[in-house]
Design a protein around this ligand. Structure first.
Ligand code: DQA
Length: 149
């Protein structure tokens, strides 16, 4: 089976997971979520490289740098989901299959979270299942990539 590498991109404030609004985002830290992703990737015969940044341009650069290194992108753009044309354009530019994930169900929350700039350039979105959103997103992305090849 072809070995796949997935870039897991985490946006602003997700470095604070575990202590940040645990009633909304759960009690796992980002390091724990990354560990779960690595374990899931092994089961799927893939690997995950995780990057977190609070800076939009760093996330844009990481998307550009993914070309030739990774076959797909799993992204929780966090607040940039709702604001960033730059991230949307970067994903469209590199043309790597991308799955959008959110810990919380963004459609059950404030109205400003209902719009995602990412969803129109993603193959799909998973929202509302806590850390499971990431694992489900990884499964969906790897299945999508394997079906394509
Ligand atoms: C989030 C939802 C966003 O609205 C919010 O800004 C985040 C996290 C989530 O995973 O539920 O920072 O992307």
């Amino acid at each position: 089976m072809q070995s796949l590498s997935i870039l897991a991109l985490h946006g602003p404030n997700l470095n604070l997971l575990g202590q940040r609004e645990p009633g909304i985002y759960g009690s796992l830290t980002l390091a724990e979520i990354n560990r779960l992703l690595e374990q899931e990737a092994i089961k799927l015969q893939a690997k995950v490289v995780a990057v977190q940044s609070n800076h939009e341009g760093v996330l844009v650069d990481a998307i550009h740098d993914a070309v030739g290194k990774h076959q797909g992108i799993l992204i929780n753009a966090a607040a940039y989901t709702h604001t960033s044309v730059a991230l949307r354009d970067a994903i469209a530019a590199v043309n790597l299959p991308t799955v959008e994930v959110h810990l919380s169900n963004i459609y059950r929350r404030e109205e400003f979270r209902h719009h995602s700039y990412i969803s129109s350039v993603a193959i799909g979105q998973i929202s509302g299942f806590g850390a499971q959103s990431y694992l489900l997103g990884l499964q969906a992305l790897v299945h999508h990539l394997r079906e394509k090849s």
